[in-house]
Design a binder for this molecule. Structure first.
Ligand code: NAP
Ligand code: ZN
Length: 351
């Protein structure tokens, strides 16, 4: 298949800094949309993948799956996007479209395997898909999102992964009035979980390892922020919470949090610690509790989340960085030094 060369930021091995490289984008198919990328968020999953934390990284890798920009070309059969319109791409760029999961708008669980926006097998060009740290992206319009006009484009980028990853379980486990929802970790996902859970009407109790984030958590909308090392404060919430969204990216003790659940409550893991987590039997059998998980969200739900965020005026708190600052941003993300999401201004890639 014909392709077009575009500039991207990628790396060829663990511990090799990201640098400008050339990649191929496929020739526009009849249902494809080409988007010029204006901003792209840096998610902790990008960091896991460039460190090969899960062992499946295909090299070279071009990360980035919180992608926003402007439509530049449309294929002959495209119905829902017009040139010049704002658009977005999240984690999913393809799926089989016919299995029971795809039919239920759960493309993230596609029977034939979801194609992710980066580090997945590319069905068109072979090799790996290359992500949003690049000049442009081409995908079928089915996987492209509309960005509501009222949302600021740069701070909308993190909604495409961090936003949907917390919106989907908050909705599934029914955050709302009368529900006490715990959020574990205040990073990219966690700070959006606070905002979204609050907008859904829940009472939000946040648990953090960082004393520097306690005040900020309240500014973000949390009703209570608890330093997880403060045993006295932690004890106050024993058996009190309906469910907890766990966004922690590293190994941690989930039993502490299972014990904060009411009966029938769930700790819902969305964080991806590379190592297995231990669950003590008594922490789940007592109170009929669950230890569950959730993976991003489908395309229809991602659009619903963007519309929900627009109607509640929610975007991420971001630190905008240039293309030249990307490696420094990854170093800072690894140290937990970001409030609360780095977003790359992709304009620098064209120079
Ligand atoms: P992030 O911005 O780095 O935030 C993670 C937060 O976890 C940190 O800010 C910190 O919060 C807390 N934390 C980090 N290390 C910890 C430790 N050792 N013990 C306890 N708490 C710790 O990362 P993110 O972008 O929000 O992503 C979070 C995780 O979700 C990553 O593993 C990422 O790969 C994963 N993820 C999963 C999905 C999915 O579909 N399931 C989608 C996107 C991302 P405090 O300072 O407040 O303690
Ligand atoms: Zn992500």
């Amino acid at each position: 298949m014909k392709s077009k060369i575009v500039k991207a930021l990628g790396t060829s091995a663990v511990n090799v800094p990201l640098q400008v490289m050339n990649i191929n984008r496929r020739e526009l198919q009849p249902h494809d949309v080409e988007m010029e990328i204006l901003f792209c968020g840096i998610c902790h999953s990008d960091l896991h993948q460039i460190k090969n934390d899960f062992g499946g990284t295909m090299w070279p890798i071009v990360p980035g799956h919180e992608i926003v920009g402007k439509v530049t070309r449309v294929g002959v059969h495209v119905k829902n996007f017009k040139i010049g319109e704002r658009a977005a791409i999240g984690c999913i760029v393809d799926s089989c479209g016919k299995c029971e999961y795809c039919e239920d708008d759960l493309e993230q669980f596609c029977d034939e395997g979801t194609t992710y926006s980066f580090n997945s097998a590319d069905k068109y060009l072979g090799g790996a898909t290359y992500g949003g740290f690049s000049e442009s992206y081409v995908c079928n319009e089915k996987y492209m999102l509309h960005v509501p006009k009222s949302l600021d484009l740069a701070s909308t980028a993190p909604l495409l992964c961090a936003g949907i990853t917390v919106y989907s379980p908050l909705k599934h486990w029914q955050a709302g009035p009368g529900k006490k929802v715990g959020i574990l970790g205040i990073g990219g996902l966690g700070h959006l979980a606070i905002k979204i859970a609050k907008a859904m009407g829940a009472e939000v109790i946040v648990f953090t390892t960082s004393s520097s984030k306690i005040e900020d958590a309240k500014r973000l909308g949390a009703d209570v922020a608890v330093l997880s090392s403060d045993a006295e404060q932690m004890a106050k919430y024993a058996r009190k919470l309906h469910f907890i969204i766990d966004t922690v990216s590293a190994k941690h003790d989930v039993n502490t949090y299972l014990n904060l659940l009411r009966h029938d409550g769930s700790v819902v893991l969305v964080g991806l610690p590379p190592e297995p987590l231990e669950v003590g039997a008594f922490n789940v059998i007592m109170g009929r509790r669950s230890f569950a998980g959730s993976n991003i969200g489908g395309i229809a739900e991602t659009q619903e989340m963007l519309d929900f965020c627009a109607s509640h005026n929610i975007t991420a708190d971001i630190e905008l960085v240039s293309v030249q600052q990307v490696n420094e941003a990854f170093d800072r993300l690894e140290k937990g030094d970001v409030k609360y999401r780095f977003v790359i201004d992709m304009a620098g890639l064209k120079k």
